[in-house]
Design a protein around this ligand. Sequence first.
Ligand SMILES: Cc1cc2nc3c(=O)[nH]c(=O)nc-3n(C[C@H](O)[C@H](O)[C@H](O)COP(=O)(O)O)c2cc1C
Length: 355
Amino acid sequence: MSREPNQQQQITQRKQDHIRAILEDPQVERHSDFEQIRLMHRALPEIDYAQVDTSCAFLGKKLRFPFLISSMTGGAAQNLQQINRHLAEAAENSQVAMAVGSQRTMIRNASAEESFKIRQYAPSIPLIANIGAVQLNYGFGVDEIRRAIDILQADAIYLHLNPLQEIIQPEGDSNFSALADKIARLAEQIEQPIILKEVGSGLSPQDIQLGLDAGIEWFDLAGHGGTSWSRIEAHRSDNDLGILLQDWGLSTSESLYLAQPFIPQAKLIASGGIRSGIDMLKSVVMGARLAGVAAPLLQPAMTSSEEVAAKIAQFHQEFTAGQFLLGIEKFADLHFNSDLILQSPWHSLSKKRSG
Ligand SMILES: Cc1cc2nc3c(=O)[nH]c(=O)nc-3n(C[C@H](O)[C@H](O)[C@H](O)COP(=O)(O)O)c2cc1C
């Protein structure tokens, strides 16, 4: 599957265009609906703030708190390599998980490989490799998937699902037919867990069911509410379809809500528009085991690993404060605990009156 040099340049250029769009167009960032979810404050939490334990486990490794650096980048260019190095060093220092951007670029292109050799900077944390699932319809198979895992010495691999992005992208790969079968066959042959992931439009119950039937256990919902890939690709397109569809999809909280019947068979990661430790907390209460953050880490990652670590520390402080104010000492009591969600009191009041 050797890629023509001009195709390689195109992929690298596309990555740079994506970064520019995120940094220069504030409307690429959409609005999440996490503020609509309210949690039950405890005035007598009956625990010591200093004893709040946010740690949890992911893929057999301990994390300081359920934070994942979501997939962003990688490629031949120097700045892409730097971003991944800064993210990896910060993930290791902060004891959180990290995923890389699509590794399609490095398949048989040695110059892009270097940016994905990040295990040296992050020896102890969970690392997630990443390939677009649609590439299984464009010549990729078990060898390419293994290669993506090996270069990272990854603990798992994302197969990202981005049908909206691919149809807006002028050079997109849009044949998504019969992918579930191919994913099922791959899952039988790959030792590491496969995680199905959207990129900002959310996974539906039907998607999760197809995934479970294919032998997949992990799902990153990556819903609407943060980075809009439809809008980003609209910048590179000659029409306005990407603008029209910039808010298409399930929000992260809608996707989480709809996925609840599949817990615990399905293990969920929430991402898309997670902008504070409180958004993370709400996701965990609603059933996510981990919450992923991408765009807020981009600018810090262009500067230094210290800047990335400082941003992660801010999320940790917010998460810990929220967990304390719910009166919860341990992560296990937080996860998928609907008692912590405040039901709107006004709703039952109006029912009483009409009843
Ligand atoms: C700069 C940037 C590059 C991204 N590249 C990829 C990618 O290559 N593969 C992928 O699966 N997701 C990619 N994503 C999507 C994120 O992993 C995530 O699913 C989505 O942006 C929602 O998270 P956010 O709202 O926190 O940004 C990228 C996101 C950003 C911000």
